[in-house]
Design a protein around this ligand. Sequence first.
Ligand code: HEM
Length: 400
Amino acid sequence: MNPYPAALSYGRLLDPAQRPDPYPVFAELSREPVQRIDEHVWAVSGHADISRLLRDPRLSVQEPAVFGPDTPLGSDGEPFRGPFLRQDPPHHDTLRARTMHQFVPRILGLRPKIEAMVTELLDGLDGAGELDVVSALAYPLPVAVICELLGVPRSEEPVFHDFAARLTRALDPQESFTEEELADVAKTREDWRAYLTPMIVRRLAEPGDDLVSGLLADGDPAKRMTMLELATTLGLLLIAGHETTVNLIANGTLALLRDPAALARLRADPGLAPAVVEEVLRYDPPVQLTSRLTTAEVRIGDTTVPEGDHVLLLLAAGNRDPRRFADPDRFWPERPDNRHLAFGGGVHYCLGAALARMEGEAVLTAIATQLAAPRLVADPPPYRPNTILRGPAELRVAIG
Ligand code: HEM
């Protein structure tokens, strides 16, 4: 007999066949607020519990065991602590603050540029009767934006695109990896460092006004990031900001095209775009779950989770918690008080949330207002295999 009945649901969640609609499995996992899904792994599904646990300092993000092997990028004797997403305070706070200091002022004025990029991508379609929203808009836009921020020439966008896809796969639970994929993860990280090092050296010699030059030149030289910290942080921005935004755009387009009335409301009033994006983030979150390691015994509801266990925080389940959201399975942009968990919470709250919202608003508004009679060609669309950063592999839309 299976001692952990919920493990069955977790196994189903990892199964690529569930990607088009994982929400019934999340609902199964939500029957109990906390379920033991393996000897040392627990799944939490309630909005209030997840929200509280994201802010609980007894839960650490340093837990390479569940989320793939954290192979060092290769260092010159410097200990590799991983990207700050996987570091606890105080190290996390220092690196995050330095990154924010350079990141925030650079994204503030980006909105017009992002809208121009979307128009350029749509103009490039040249009157085609059908487009794949994933390859035509969702993939190229975040890459173009991150390249713009890092001062990387557009000719190198395909290289970034390729790295983003390969590095992102490394985030999935290693249970779902083949031996070959495990080896590829390690190689990808080495390749990334080999690609970045000469770029960083060039910026040291000839600083520009880009994020990389800013991070290299920031403040007190004694407090600057080391080469390894910088390469790792840039990898983090690429991974954290790419596939997530791709999924926001694709999931948003899908939700709108499945709900012609909502699409018509957005077309009539583009001011609805921020609310549409928030609802997409709740209804079909690009990051479906995240995880933590307990550094002390932690009580969750009536359950005591021992020290040293893994806790999976099912953001996608919390976003459909009926105790927090009325009619949670309904896509409803006008939903009041839509405080979803899509960007996490606490000290690791998404650093790129404002940028992701700008990109999502620009694309979904353009889809509603600039495409003539957009319709889904295949529903459901095919999905990529990733469990955590889940989204369609392609999304073909007929126009005109
Ligand atoms: C819709 C798009 C996005 C979603 C849904 C998303 C979601 C998330 C979530 C859930 C976390 C917290 C993970 C945890 O606590 O375990 C996170 C952290 C982070 N995100 Fe995003 N993200 C998005 C876009 C972006 C973008 C565009 C960037 C930057 C270019 C970015 C950069 C980061 C960084 C650096 C962190 C780590 C923050 C820290 O550890 O302090 N994200 N994101």
